[in-house]
Design a binder for this molecule. Sequence first.
Ligand SMILES: Cc1ncc(COP(=O)(O)O)c(C=O)c1O
Length: 372
Amino acid sequence: MAERRRVVDRLPTFPWDRLAPAKKVAAAHPDGIVDLSVGTPVDPVPEVIQRALGEAADTPGYPATYGTPRLRESIADWLGRRHGVVIDPAATLPTIGSKELVAWLPTLLGVGPGDTVVHPELAYPTYDVGIRLAGATPVASDGLTALGPARVPLVWINSPANPTGRVLPVEHLRKVVAWARERGAVVASDECYIDLGWDGVRPVSILHPDVCGGSHEGLLAVHSLSKRSNLAGYRAAFLAGDPALVTELLEVRKHAGMIVAAPVQAAMVAALDDDSHADEQKERYRVRRELLRGALERAGWRITHSEAGLYLWASLPGHDAWSAVRLLAEHGILVAPGEFYGPSGAGHVRVAFTASDERVAAAVKRLEAVAG
Ligand SMILES: Cc1ncc(COP(=O)(O)O)c(C=O)c1O
């Protein structure tokens, strides 16, 4: 039989399986589990979006990989209106959620064996997965200066960050762009939490003129409607940036059938054109975040970064990530150990505030009991 090089052998084990024992403990709580381990939306898909999806249900023909002209306009308009990014609608491209793009971008860009790709030290695990799928070497680092002569065709950044909620200042983003341009590297900036800044923090896109000097050369911003508009179930995301890179990716994605469903494209237009549902959803998260943050702090936890996004990056003195996970699981609260996101997360847990008001209230009550 022919030898097959199994792709799966290049990938890490799916970390969430390791949380199963803690989940079992938490699920045994008499008032039920409060699952704060994953950042999945729990509130309804806004009416205006559901309607648009339904109205586009009768679409028997193949949709365009490039998306409808209307969708590209909505993307460009939203980037300008909400984030001060001036972009030609032609330089945008819908994707089937952003996880798909994160996992395949290195491959689609022709990154391969012998190449090094940098991603943040503490990071959403799919950057590493995508780099391995391409056969390249992942390097988890927040600094670029220590890379030496390695061939680096692609750098991932993520601000606001999962899991820490850290926001990179304009100055930092500018340095990344300058470094990449000097080396001829593409910067892919995962901005899926960009609308979720707290306490007056306003995350800035890599495509903002203050960062890139008005040229998008070598830059790609990755956006998602999963969090902003509760559309994780629709798989609705997009990228925008360097027109030449977008055209190149469009060509490959056309061949590969990476097409967003037509009703989802229509739903994306409705989502992007309407800010009121996003503002309402953000307010829900703001309240949940405040409640959980207060309760954790009163119970002796420390919160670091967490100035944007959907997570509190929390530590409890005297505990490592896994003992903190176990402790909370005994109170029926499930959180993610920080080491899922990299070795330097071993002292933290990630607490998502994507649970219903009722479940957040239950968690707060339990944490208050611990605090005494
Ligand atoms: C940093 C980051 N990027 C990308 C994604 C993928 O989101 P989606 O595929 O729903 O667009 C997530 C999901 O949690 C994330 O945290």
